[in-house]
Design a protein around this ligand. Structure first.
Ligand code: PNW
Length: 479
């Protein structure tokens, strides 16, 4: 039996990247240093010892990237702005760099000339190092909220005539837990003294998360008051979060799965959309969990026009763990019968399980009741491109096609059968690129990049995603 599926007419379909992962050219045209420059240049912080100084060199090859998007026929592109290109030292009293503004302005014009809608992330983890040095960055509420709001104001002024979709922060969970708890991402603060000379993992992640929410909310307030009436764009936050499935049907594991969602998603989504922190987090963290004043809550609650979703996988959740960052529950990919949930990616935290994507879309829609923009979804293949393999073989990325096949079907089902309001789907990523602490050992691109020649080769997954979008009526055979 064949079941017809289709996407809403103005559904946004595209590919995503982030400034630090693709730009390179860290020392040119007045760009200031960012915390990821410093972190990735420190020996031992990235798996292959490489920094972001040379990546896909998109600061130089930006026209080529846009030509590629155009050849793929997509009408939208999600990318991020580098704060330290725009304000090299970062602060509200520091000078703005005209060359930074000019670069992104030309970039946006070129996208529009190709009929591609820009979907712009204001902050994808690359805080100006100047703010880290001056006042410990995200730990300093009064300073960082003002500096972030000032930075976003400059962006709204410079680009808001042409940009109608803004994302304030990408995955604040990663900035707080990975950057200030585990210490595996910049700025690398942690109580683990083998990793970091500074930091307190028992308090800092929760404080940083609190300040990120407040900074986001103030940027949105500013946009809505001073820019939205004229520019008429939309603005919101984008959160990471994977589906949490109870390990089995016992009441304690069902409760544990909700606890996992509270710590991974509810921590940010509940304040922003519902106006409170998850009660379970207070229960676990006690007075280490900060709270907002009445005035702050009035800025935070309702501070996103939509739900921005980055999601990659599903975890099975068991009660009884002691990892506070995960809400004191255990995560596993191994089912009670010993089988794996799905195909394992290069990234240890990622397996291919499309039904979890559909369930997460339903959960978010029921809980927060706002249109969902899927802003990242992707797969890294084990040892992709390693060893003596021809380019013809490399671009046959079967495991990634399998992932996107499941994903698009889950997406269509969530829209057509479950009635979830989903407005966009961005695959991560347009290009293989700098995968943070993994360096260049992990590839997420639908385009293969030969880092020696910088030549780009479309993978079969790119062809698959283009084809799916172009089919007016996507037919899935149920068997
Ligand atoms: C996201 N984890 O990061 C980011 O937004 C991208 O910049 C990144 O390249 C992409 O996903 C792939 O990793 C994540 O440890 C980093 O669970 C780490 C995790 C999740 C997402």
């Amino acid at each position: 039996m064949a079941t017809p599926h289709s996407l809403p007419k103005d559904f946004i379909w595209g590919f995503a990247t982030a400034s630090f992962q693709i730009e390179g050219s860290t020392n040119v045209d007045g760009r200031g240093p960012s915390i990821w420059d410093e972190f990735s240049r420190t020996p031992g912080k990235t798996l292959d010892g490489k920094s972001g100084d040379h990546t896909t060199e998109s600061y130089k090859l930006w026209k080529e990237d846009i030509a590629l998007l155009s050849a793929y026929g997509v009408r939208s592109y999600r990318f991020s702005l580098s704060w330290s290109r725009i304000i090299p030292l970062g602060g509200r009293n520091d000078p703005v760099n005209p060359k930074g503004i000019e670069f992104y302005s030309k970039f946006i014009d070129e996208l529009l000339a190709h009929g591609i809608t820009p979907f712009v992330t204001l902050y994808h983890w690359d805080l100006p190092q100047g703010l880290q040095d001056r006042y410990n960055g995200w730990l300093n509420k009064d300073e960082v909220v003002k500096d972030f709001t000032n930075y976003t104001k400059i962006c709204f002024e410079a680009f808001g005539d042409r940009v109608k979709y803004w994302l304030t922060l990408n995955e604040p969970w990663c900035s707080s837990i990975l950057g200030h708890g585990r210490g595996v991402f910049a700025p690398g603060r942690s109580s683990d003294r083998s990793r970091s000379a500074e930091g307190d993992s028992s308090t800092e992640p929760w404080i940083v998360g609190h300040h990120l929410i407040l900074a986001h909310a103030h940027a949105v307030k500013l946009y809505r008051e001073e820019f939205k009436p004229l520019q008429k764009g939309q603005i919101g936050i984008t959160l990471n979060g994977d589906w949490a499935m109870p390990y089995d049907n016992t009441p304690e594991n069902i409760a544990a799965a909700q606890h996992a969602l509270d710590f991974a998603i509810g921590w940010y989504a509940d304040p922003v959309y519902l106006g409170f922190y998850p009660p379970y987090m207070r229960e676990v963290l006690g007075d280490r969990m900060p709270d907002f004043t009445q005035d702050e809550w009035s800025v935070v609650k309702g501070s996103s026009d939509f739900y921005g979703m980055n999601t990659y996988t599903t975890n099975l959740i068991k009660a009884g763990g002691s990892d506070e960052f995960q809400g004191n529950v255990d995560y596993t990919f191994t089912r009670p019968d010993g089988t794996q949930l799905g195909n394992q990616a290069q990234s240890g935290w990622l397996q291919d399980y499309p039904d979890g994507f559909r369930q997460l879309l339903n959960y978010i829609w029921k809980r927060y009741r706002l249109p969902i923009y899927v802003t990242e979804h992707g797969f890294s293949i084990k040892n992709e491109g390693e060893g003596d393999v021809s380019i013809e073989d490399i671009v046959r990325d079967y495991d990634r096609i399998h992932y996107y096949q499941g994903a698009t079907r889950a997406l269509f089902d969530a829209i057509n059968y479950d009635g979830v309001d989903i407005r966009s789907y961005f695959a991560w990523s347009l290009l293989d690129n700098f995968e943070w602490a993994e360096g260049f050992t992990t590839r997420f691109g639908v385009t293969y990049v030969d880092y020696k020649t910088q030549k780009r080769y479309p993978k079969d997954s790119a062809r698959f995603l283009i084809k799916v979008r172009l089919l007016p009526c996507f037919v899935v055979y149920d068997g």
